[in-house]
Design a protein around this ligand. Structure first.
Ligand code: CMC
Length: 433
């Protein structure tokens, strides 16, 4: 019963038989398995729901991330993204995602120590990366080398052991920046830089990316903080395509390196982690502020999409985009302005005043400004999804941990509606037309 005394059930009448079924409602949902009892003949399989792309199917209960798309709200474990971006560090947020609570000082020190302790990768990984072509996409290198880590840590397959899971979490969060930086250096033909554990998580990543001949790389505190904040903004986004890949593959109880490789592969796709790159390309294509109205007319005629605008879940300003826009100016004060920012700001202003975008509730998303910052840092566009992957790793692991400790979860195995041939006989090749 609900508070007002109404029944928390849904009555479904099958008009084929006239039979009514009362299905319990819990947390505003019915269980798809409760539909199975609905059948015409006793020996039938029973009713299923059909939901390609899971647009209206909850695949899990979760306590990690909350999104209210209509109102532009994103919270990790109850804390708003703006609050965390303003006040926390990325490793603090990683701890929060993994443990459900913010760490106290000693928890955080221990966590940071455990991550820092694992930043090196086995020397064989370097040879492995060397074997890629000189122009290999860094996301392809990252995906393959993360998968390869499972061969270095065979203990990782004991996924039912909480201590083993924790150790792999430290290793994954620690090693992703190392693999990412190695992928970048390989591409540029530069020597690999070992991790510097005196530096912060973001500072060490910058050192592995940008260190040249200096004895010690000293990151700019502004850029270090900006990168750390960008990682926070990407840390989790509930059941998106890559988190779903992590969970689906992880549900077979494979080791977390293999599952993370699957998540990276999902993120690699242009509809997921690749949009920030598309925004930069689009701004170059537009060319100047004066040409924005002309470009927007093309968008409105349906010839092109306005990249970095619109979202499946957010029907309001993406709260991450707000933080990133502010961050962009802090970065530009340090490294010089990326001229694309003026065009982006003007594009946003004109689009938001236009009824086409207003009526469809299309607002800037996380990708609208992030690529402009990455570009200002001197990173090539194909590194953008790699940065996304580093930030998203604690989210993937938290989703994986939640999956493995959820007693209701089993191997992910959707059903299908078979519309193919009925049984038919093999025809020898000479008799085929
Ligand atoms: N530019 C122009 N029109 C758009 C856009 C856009 N970016 N996005 C949606 N629309 C229109 C679309 O044409 C449709 O109009 P109509 O009703 O007249 O046919 C209406 O808005 C609804 O669009 P939809 O395709 O049903 O929306 P969706 O939820 O399936 O798509 C989206 C979401 C993100 C794929 C889409 O908005 C898009 O392609 N955006 C550009 C790419 C982009 O920025 N992607 C990054 C997403 S955020 C990163 C992440 O979380 O991975």
């Amino acid at each position: 019963m609900s508070k007002d005394g109404s029944k928390e059930t849904l009555t479904v009448t099958d008009n084929r038989t006239g039979k009514a079924y009362e299905l319990p409602i819990t947390n505003g949902t019915i269980r798809a398995m409760d539909l199975r009892q609905i059948k015409v003949e006793e020996n039938e399989f029973g009713m299923m729901s059909y939901d390609p792309a899971f647009t209206n199917t909850a695949s899990t209960k979760s306590k990690i991330t909350y999104i209210d798309g209509a109102n532009g709200v994103l919270r990790y474990r109850g804390y708003t993204i703006a609050d965390l971006a303003e006040n926390a560090s990325f490793l603090e947020v990683s701890y929060l995602l993994a443990n459900g609570e913010l760490p106290n000082r000693s928890n955080l020190d221990e966590f940071v120590h455990n991550i820092t302790y694992h930043t090196l990768v086995h020397e064989n990984i370097r040879q492995f990366i060397d074997a890629f072509r000189y122009d290999a996409h860094p996301m392809g290198i990252l995906t393959s080398t993360v998968a390869a880590l499972s061969t270095f840590y065979p203990d990782a397959k004991h996924v039912s052991d909480p201590e083993t899971r924790r150790l792999q979490m430290y290793r994954l969060i620690a090693k992703m920046p190392t693999l990412a930086a190695y992928a970048y250096r390989h591409r540029r033909g530069l020597p690999y830089v070992y991790p510097d554990n005196d530096l912060s998580y973001a500072g060490n990543f910058m050192s592995m990316l940008f260190k040249m001949t200096e004895v010690k790389y000293r990151p700019s505190p502004v850029i270090e903080k900006a990168l750390d904040t960008l990682f926070i903004l990407h840390a989790d986004h509930e059941q998106n395509c890559s988190a779903n890949a992590m969970r689906s593959v992880g549900s077979s109880q494979v080791d977390p390196y293999s599952a993370t490789a699957a998540a990276c592969a999902a993120l690699y796709g242009p509809l997921h982690g690749g949009a920030n790159e598309a925004v930069v390309r689009m701004l170059h294509e537009i060319g100047s502020v004066a040409k924005i109205p002309e470009y927007l007319e093309k968008v409105k005629r349906g010839e092109v999409r306005l990249m970095g605008f619109g979202h499946r879940v957010y029907k309001n300003y993406d709260p991450r985009a707000k933080v990133i826009k502010k961050l962009a100016y802090q970065v530009f004060d340090e490294v010089g302005k990326n001229p694309l920012i003026d065009m982006a700001v003007e594009l946003e202003r004109i689009a938001l005043e236009d009824d086409y975008f207003g009526s469809r509730r299309l607002y800037p998303n996380v990708d609208f400004y992030s690529g402009i910052i990455y570009q200002a840092l001197g990173l090539p566009v194909d590194m953008f999804p790699v940065l996304f992957a580093i930030g998203r790793t604690p989210g993937w692991i938290a989703q994986w941990e939640e999956l493995l400790t959820d007693e209701e979860q089993r191997i992910a195995r959707p059903r299908q509606i078979y519309l193919g041939y009925d049984e038919r006989k093999y025809v020898p090749i000479m008799q085929r037309g």
